[in-house]
Ligand binder design. Structure first.
Ligand SMILES: [Zn+2]
Ligand SMILES: [Zn+2]
Length: 143
């Protein structure tokens, strides 16, 4: 498959390419995503692991164990500048999500038509508005 998209971190040491289309977009308001991103929510573009190719070994992984499920979540970040690159999760081993802000093309039209789910809306910050007409889940849509 030919690369359709590329992205990376702010310092340029992490670069990746993506083949094919994403599966969906997950916007997560959980307190863990608030901390790992340093802002109100994480926006993750979800791919099959095989679609993503890293072009250097500058990606480090921090493994977090969920205090709710007991399962691991791996947070991928640049080992030089610390930019968030994406996540892998024990619960969905074939999935690799990419933090939307790391994509080179911020106007990637394919993202517009994708299924978009807001999860962990129970943790939405008071000052962070979620529109009423979007798909939302109190916790995750997975059990
Ligand atoms: Zn970097
Ligand atoms: Zn989250």
């Amino acid at each position: 498959m030919q690369a359709t998209q590329s992205g990376g971190c702010v310092c340029g040491k992490v670069r990746y390419s993506i083949s094919g289309m994403p599966l969906r977009v997950t916007i997560c308001h959980c307190t863990w995503c608030q901390r790992r991103t340093g802002t109100a929510f994480g926006v993750e573009v979800v791919f099959d692991k095989a679609q993503i190719k890293f072009e250097s070994d500058a990606v480090s992984v921090y493994r977090h164990i969920s205090d709710e499920s007991g399962r691991w979540l791996d947070q991928h970040f640049c080992n030089t500048c610390g930019s968030n690159i994406g996540l892998t999760l024990e619960v969905v081993p074939n999935i690799h999500s990419i933090s939307v802000g790391s994509l080179d093309d911020q106007d990637w039209a394919e993202l517009d038509g994708l299924k978009r789910s807001h999860v962990y809306v129970r943790n939405v910050r008071q000052w962070s508005d979620v529109p009423d007409d979007v798909e939302q889940y109190e916790r995750h849509f997975r059990k």
